[in-house]
Structures are given as structure tokens and as C-alpha cells.
Design a protein around this ligand. Structure first.
Ligand code: NAP
Ligand code: GLV
Length: 307
């Protein structure tokens, strides 16, 4: 079995070593070396040239949960299955990040930080938890894990997806027609949607204005789902209280971008859930084995939906 492995930059060596150890029967080449027709390509943000030189015969594995950058590669063969990572150690990290951001908002840590800087001792009235709904925009693999992590805190939880999902203790909404009702009680909006033609720019002014006054936005999926100007304008007007942003329309976030120094925005550099070598290699290797045995694998991307 021939495998072509590609990672951007110089980060490929630990991946190569882990795949060699997980699939000792495979001949694993590292881009830009390789055979013209590898059985599998394992890639992250590949250059267009990769698929003009190498045409995977069986499947293309994406070393991340989001496939937006891979689907945007113009040379990506249309008839080869694309398989993404599912959780692979990312759900636990996403739970840590989102739980921190939700509790930070609910316990008004930013207000206490401002008070501290002013040397002011002032106990704020506790916020009513039943009015502090947490809305999970996108209710897939990562959002389900986040919902389970938040459950012990007893926030009213909501999930929004394309198809209706059923989850105990969570009010679920589906499709564009139910989006306004979902937003109306989401005091914290957690964006865990993939970036697709349907979701890009979804969080513009008209959508964000439907959140209750004083809402917080947490975006850990893709920056292009948010319209930056709309977010800034609604923070300015006081409709939104704050935002925790891990992903951006342009990454790295440009040095002169207003998000950097905004007093009510927290910026992190796309770190909410890193791709972990050991977990990811174990998942991809297990799927390759299933593929080789003619068994079905999960995580196959629906090209028409874009995720
Ligand atoms: P997933 O399992 O595919 O879940 C996606 C969810 O979004 C599903 O519930 C899906 O609905 C919903 N959705 C998609 N398009 C929709 C639409 N037009 N309207 C309503 N709902 C829609 O994905 P995941 O594994 O949870 O990952 C989510 C995203 O997180 C990834 O795509 C990636 O961009 C991002 N991510 C970021 C990081 C980071 O470090 N910042 C790390 C990992 C992942 P259905 O349930 O009906 O299909
Ligand atoms: C990271 O952003 C991923 O999609 O896995």
C-alpha cells in the first residue's frame, strides 16, 4: 500500500514517524516525493500542485475536522472520497476552551478585572442562570461534546443544526426557519459550524441582532462565518457584551485589525482544538485498515453540503 503524506511547513517528521509505526506494511512518501498514484493521500491545506502530480486511488484524508481549505483546492479530484478527522482528541480541548469562555462570561470575569484595575471592591448581583441560555450553533461532533461538558453547570442548552437532532436535556432547532427562535434565547452563542457556502457570513448584523441584549459570541470554528464589521458595530452599540474569538477571516489576524486591542474581545491564535499526532494517526490508520477490508468508514465528507 502506498501513502502520500503532506503537512505544511516543516512539521511533517513526527507525523511520518507515527504513520510508519501505525502502518508498518505501507510505503509512506512525504510530499513532494512520492508515486504518481498513491492509494491514499493524507493532507492538511495541500498545494494545488499536489493533486496534479499525485492522484490518490482510494481516499484522501484531511488532517483536521474542517475541510473548507481542502475543498477549495481547485485540483482536488471530484471522485475520490474525502475523509475528515472526527474528534481525534479535539473534543476534549474544545470542551476546555468553550467551558472557560462560557463561565468567564457568566461569572462576569471581565467586569471584575475592570473593577480590580480601578481598585474597586464591588459585589455584583448574580446573573439568573435560567436566563443565561447557551446556544450551540452547529450541533455536530464537537458541539455534542461541549454540551455534555456544560451540562453539569445547568445552563439552558440549545443546539442548532441542518437536520433536527435529538439530545436529552437540550432544546434543538433545525434549519434557517428555526434560527431566529434559537438565537432569541442564546445569551452565549458558541459557533461550531463548518465553513460552507451556506454558513459563510451567516453571523452578520441581521443574525447577531437577534441575540438577546448583552449576549456573548464565542467563535471556535471558522472566521469567515462572522462578519467582522457587524460584530464590532454591535459591541460598540452595547447589544453584544463580548466575544471570544479563536478563528478569523484572515489568519494570522493582521497586526492592524481592530480585534487585537478591543477591550471586550479575547483573541487566541486558532488554538481551541489542535490536531494531535497520536490520536489523529490512530484514527486515520484504523480507517485505512477498514477501507482495505472493504468496510465502511465514518467521516466521509459530503461534497455537495461542503462538510
Ligand atoms: P460536524 O460534526 O460536521 O458538525 C457540524 C454541525 O454543523 C452539524 O450539526 C451540522 O448539521 C451543522 N451545520 C452545517 N451546516 C449547517 C447549516 N447550513 N445550517 C445549520 N447547521 C449546519 O463538525 P465538528 O467536528 O463538530 O467540527 C465543526 C467545525 O469546527 C469544523 O468544521 C471546523 O471548522 C471547526 N474546528 C475548529 C477547530 C479549532 O481549533 N478552532 C478545531 C476543530 C474543528 P447536521 O448535524 O444537520 O449535519
Ligand atoms: C482545525 O481548525 C480543524 O478543522 O481541525
Amino acid at each position: 500500500m502506498n501513502i502520500l503524506l503532506q503537512m505544511p511547513g516543516h512539521a511533517v517528521e513526527p507525523w511520518h514517524a507515527a504513520f510508519v509505526s501505525a502502518l508498518p506494511e505501507a510505503a509512506i512518501s512525504v510530499w513532494p516525493e512520492g508515486r504518481a498514484i498513491p492509494d491514499y493521500a493524507i493532507v492538511w491545506k495541500p498545494p494545488a500542485e499536489l493533486f496534479t502530480r499525485f492522484r490518490p486511488a482510494k481516499a484522501i484524508f484531511n488532517l483536521g475536522a474542517g475541510v473548507d481549505s481542502l475543498l477549495a483546492v481547485p485540483t482536488l479530484p471530484a471522485d475520490v472520497p474525502v475523509i475528515r478527522l472526527e474528534d481525534a482528541g479535539m473534543a476534549e480541548q474544545m470542551c476546555e476552551y468553550v467551558t472557560y469562555a462560557v463561565l468567564r462570561a457568566y461569572r462576569e470575569m471581565d467586569s471584575y478585572a475592570t473593577q480590580q484595575r480601578a481598585g474597586r471592591w464591588q459585589q455584583r448581583e448574580r446573573l439568573a442562570k435560567r436566563e443565561f441560555g447557551v446556544g450551540l450553533l452547529g450541533f455536530g461532533v464537537l458541539a455534542h461534546a461541549v454540551a455534555a461538558a456544560l451540562a453539569p453547570f445547568d445552563f439552558p442548552l440549545r443546539g442548532w443544526s441542518r437536520q433536527r437532532r435529538v439530545a436529552p436535556g437540550i432544546q434543538t432547532f433545525a434549519g434557517a426557519e428555526e434560527l431566529p427562535a434559537f438565537l432569541a434565547h442564546s445569551r452565549v452563542l458558541v459557533c461550531l459550524l463548518p465553513s460552507t457556502p451556506d454558513t459563510r457570513g451567516l453571523l452578520g448584523r441581521a443574525t447577531l441582532e437577534r441575540l438577546p441584549r448583552g449576549a456573548h459570541v464565542i467563535n471556535t470554528s471558522r472566521g469567515d462565518i462572522v462578519v467582522d464589521e457587524a460584530l464590532l458595530a454591535l459591541l460598540e452599540s452595547g447589544h453584544l457584551a463580548g466575544a471570544v474569538l479563536d478563528v478569523f477571516n484572515t489568519e494570522p489576524l493582521p497586526p492592524d485589525h481592530p480585534f487585537w486591542h478591543h477591550p471586550r474581545i479575547v483573541v487566541t491564535p486558532h488554538v481551541s482544538a489542535a490536531t494531535l499526532v497520536a490520536d489523529s494517526v490512530a484514527q486515520v490508520a484504523a480507517k485505512i485498515r477498514r477501507f482495505e477490508q472493504g468496510q465502511p468508514v465514518t467521516g466521509v465528507v459530503d461534497r455537495a453540503r461542503g462538510y
